[in-house]
Write a protein that binds this ligand. Sequence first.
Ligand code: UN1
Length: 480
Amino acid sequence: MTDTLELSHWIGGEKVAGDRPGESHNPSDTRDIVARTPKGGAAEVDQAVVAATDAFEAWSEASPEVRFDVLDKAGSLIMERREQIGRLLSREEGKTVPEGIGETVRAARILKYFAGEALRAHGQNLASTRPGVEVQTYRQAVGVFGLITPWNFPIAIPAWKIAPAIAFGNTVVIKPAGPTPATAEALIAVLHEAGLPKGVVNMIIGDGDVGRAIVAHEGVTGISFTGSQGVGAGVAEGAVKRQARVQLEMGGKNPLIVLDDADLDRAVNIALDGSFFATGQRCTASSRLIVQDGIHDRFVAALAEKVAALRVGDALDPDTQMGPAVTEAQRDTSYKYIDIARESGGRIVTGGDRLTLDKPGWYVQPTLIADTAPDMRINTEEVFGPVASTIRVKSYEEALSVANGVEFGLSAGIVTSSLKHARDFQRRAKAGMTMVNLPTAGVDYHVPFGGSKKSSYGAREQGFAAVEFYTQIKTSYSAG
Ligand code: UN1
């Protein structure tokens, strides 16, 4: 794969491009330019918002069957092309081909799920407190949604924001992440091929200027953002200032507790998946492994062996088990935190060195760090790379208190054979999602997704909860 794609913005159903000063690279081999891109700004965002505003009335009033058909067909097209799109994703983002295809299939499933949701948006009918009066509630489309998406799920996250937005009759302006525009563009192109009317989904490629223009634009009535906590706080501020609705999905510092009564193999495999698959670049990744005394040494030794055996390499190579970091900056962040952990007394059990392979890519050694304390920076700040640290604890209560002791609260897991501890954990873990005997990462698409504390803000995403953010309730009173 060495062909370079020429990308365009999508405005009003047309591809629009002038110069293409930007590039996206293959992180497995940076000599490979995946795409050349235009660089949008406030002017392009404005054109896109005008197109989305113009398309809103007809789309929001269309039969839900029309919206079902577009989403269902787009889902089928993506499913048919999962190999091709999945490989493009792996080439541009760096996750392995099975991971890339898996994510593409997930995007297809999301589109099909929300096709059905278009038909299921329902309201309520109640008797009023006044005799002879009836009250009805129903859900209406809101307007134009600005969607700002990250690079780590470059097709699934655009799909899980676009699909509910348009299923419920809204229109969209999306800014895909800088490192992965080609994968997002594949989704936008398929939606149009599936019969999406002009202007319902618009995409502007560019950097933070595009995001800021979307957040500031008076015509954008709601904003959904997934990305870092720092950027998210600014998005919320900008949105609230002009009373746009806003939803944020941000970081995690997700704990995985391993109790003495856990099955060792199972615990090791769950930690390996949660911490290192997708190169650890998941906001749901298990980055703090909180391990009880009695199993601690066996767990650390067995996990280290598996981590050390992971084959790191070119994402497109079928033998690769872990691809590179997405960018030089992400790779350097992993290095930075490994150094910080080492300097503060963490013991590098495996990994930890700089990694150079036979081609220029942003490779990182998967790294396990033991003997860390809960308040070290490695355990309080998000790394977003293939780096996990272990914290030794004496009891379940201590494990729970360490698990809950950070400012994030996205996903939290426990490996145990004790029903009592599992049930207690489900109730008391301060996180939006809890996992018992499962990795903290890897979620279903038909149920709500989101966190507590600094991980999320606003209504939940995905599944049956998505209707809350992407519709507005109208309450109608009538007397005969
Ligand atoms: C998953 O764990 O399956 O950006 C999904 C992220 C999350 C999605 C994680 N919003 O990593």
